[in-house]
Design a protein around this ligand. Sequence first.
Ligand code: PLP
Length: 364
Amino acid sequence: MTQQKRKFNFNPGPAAMPLEVLEQAQAQFVDYQGSGIALMEMSHRSRLVEDLTEETQQLLLDLLELPSDYQVLFMGGGASAQFALLPANFVQPHQTANYVLTGSFAEKAFKEAAYLGRTHAAASSKAQGWRHIPAIAADDLTPDAAYVHITLNNTIEGSRYLEVPEVGDVPLVADATSEILSRRLDMKRFSMIYAGAQKNLGPAGVTVAILRSEWLENASQAIPEIWRYSTFAANRSLYNTPPVHSIYMMNLVLKWTQQLGSVDQLEKQNAHKAKLLYDVIDASEDFYRGIIDTEYRSHMNVTWRMKSEDLEKRFIQDAANNGFEGLAGHRSVGGLRASAYNAVPVEACQALAEFMIDFARKNG
Ligand SMILES: *Cc1c(COP(=O)(O)O)cnc(C)c1O
């Protein structure tokens, strides 16, 4: 299938993959690296799979500019499993897990933690309809904080942190699912970063958890082995059968990312893509209305509303007829959302911007 026949894919996750990566995987699908069998038929204890896993871990560290005292783990259960695994591993009975609530995924993480220990909402923008990212002051945190959890980019609402917040000596943990590798941040500020792969890293099925080795030493040994980060670290993510095919696809995506240049290059491109859409929203004289305060607008998930739900429905229908996929807002918030992750090309955003201008002219 040619590039022209492919849709403009703005799906929020699973999301667009680079066409080159799909074609590469297709070419290797039946016979993996001349082995005579497909990768998904191969033992996860084989040399080829071990090499693949190790190379992918190193690629991630390199791209995130993290030193080798971080461990990259490949796990299952999506980012949602991390919502529970994080407190299960790291909240001791005398501690409190601190959360910053900036959207519905942050809230879900917070709720899961409450099953496992004491929790505290250090800051929240819920009362303001999640329109901004609240600041965290030192006295917002409990003195016995096990960690502070933030959601770097709020996929459903369309907001993001401008920079990594300052939390003193308390370990900082980020859900980076819809944000990882989309811009340059000092990732060394985090004790742990996790991300479901299906937004910026590849297909669904694998979740990346990256932990500072020193912090990992504090993890609980009193939970089942399969839930422990230390089990995955000690066995280099091959304790049980990992999602090998998803790791392979991520490997290709990371190499594609590397070939584009640096994360800086992607950051520039993503800013440009987002600006194309926000400019149309802002110039539309309220035909399109951005949901998030300008300063905190996400470059990955561009969200907006229109005058009526009828008009929004018509927009989505018309867009679909013109080859645009995945523009409906999350069912919990409605409206519109264009997710323009790393793999979404500039041309797709250009085409959407033109479509939006045209739609406003015809229906305004
Ligand atoms: C998509 C998403 C999740 C949920 O991921 P699953 O892999 O489906 O569990 C969690 N957090 C954020 C920020 C997300 O974007």
